[in-house]
Ligand binder design. Structure first.
Ligand code: MLT
Length: 325
């Protein structure tokens, strides 16, 4: 029997699956200081979402762990190398939340273009701003997807049915994949910005992608398409830090960017003095891309299976730090 800590919550059915596997599951957030002083020593596995950060120091203080499960896609809150060198497998659940993030991204795009959040804020404060809420259609516009993995491809499909032309920049993508999805693959990220009035971010946060959406690239966006001055619009439901938020605020203020919608931020939770989230042409959500009942159920099952497989001495198919083990 293994002891498994689940620190950031998990669907009850998935907890049951672990327990049915004969394991002892302990649910509850563990404070950073307690993790540093070895609170994980009595566990064989831990399952986290994004709130628990597993740094090299914490991993070094967690003597008995053999598996770390990330109930989600992004593993930027776990030191993969430190875990691997300590012989700990890190597994994730990369497929389970795809549809939920696709739907939130499309929701943000539609909300931006038709001022849904802004109009709602007006209504709540007693304003009837019909004239000010004239929007533009997604149809006939070029959507630039940074990264073209599962989520971006899902967004592309929906956007195509709405009449958008799909462009992408993904240096790791075989050109035939873009072609098969009817997307134009750009060799340079700059040409994507020069072509598209709508940009949605779908890559991981790495050294290479940190602040990839910056002042000079935002200024390259054309602001009109097919004779319509639709402005420039940016959505990010991937990871904070890929967009330079201070440059984005300046771009909203100067009108270079017409609307911005973010689900993820450089610093989460967002602080009270964050001026970007208060801008009239901004609307956001608090990192809820995967927060649907369906996704959380699938994420729970997928991560439970991956952790069980690791605890049984197998190499899980979603192992992410294999190169360090
Ligand atoms: C993920 O990486 O799976 C998502 O950002 C969701 C999350 O962290 O909660």
């Amino acid at each position: 029997m293994a002891r498994i800590a689940v620190t950031d919550g998990m669907a009850p059915e998935a907890v049951l699956r672990l327990e049915k596997g004969g394991h002892d599951v302990v649910l509850g957030f563990i404070e950073h200081e307690d993790l540093l002083s070895g609170a994980l020593n009595k566990f064989d596995a831990i399952i986290v979402r994004s709130a628990t950060k597993l740094s090299a120091e914490i991993i070094a203080a967690s003597g008995n762990l053999s598996v770390i499960g990330r109930a989600g896609v992004g593993v930027d809150n776990i030191d993969l190398e430190a875990a691997g060198k300590a012989g700990i497998m890190v597994v994730n659940a990369p497929n389970a939340s795809t549809q939920s993030v696709v739907e939130l991204t499309v929701g943000h795009l539609l909300s931006s273009l038709r001022h849904i959040a802004k109009a709602d804020r007006g209504l709540r404060s007693g304003k009837w701003e019909k004239k000010q809420m004239k929007g533009t259609e997604l149809s006939g516009k070029c959507l630039g997807l940074i990264g073209f993995g599962r989520i971006a491809q899902g967004v592309a499909k929906v956007a195509q049915t709405l009449g958008m032309e799909i462009h992408t920049y993904d240096p790791y993508l075989p050109p035939k994949v873009a072609k098969s999805q009817g997307a134009y693959l750009h060799k340079k990220v700059d040409t994507l910005f020069q072509t598209c009035t709508h940009i949605s971010v779908h890559c991981n946060l790495t050294e290479e992608t940190h602040h990839l959406v910056n002042e000079s690239r935002m200024k390259m966006m054309p602001g009109k398409q097919g004779g319509i001055h639709c402005g420039n619009h940016i959505v990010n439901c991937a990871r904070g830090g890929i967009i330079d938020e201070s440059a984005l605020l300046d771009a909203l203020e100067s009108g270079v960017i017409t609307s911005a919608a973010l689900d993820v931020f450089e610093i989460e939770p967002v602080s009270d003095d964050n001026l970007l989230v208060k801008h009239a042409n901004f609307h956001g959500t608090p990192h809820i891309g995967a927060a649907t009942m369906e996704a959380q159920r699938r994420v729970g099952f997928d991560i439970a299976d991956a952790v069980l497989s690791g605890l049984n001495g197998k190499r899980p198919s979603t192992l992410v730090n294999g190169k360090y083990l």
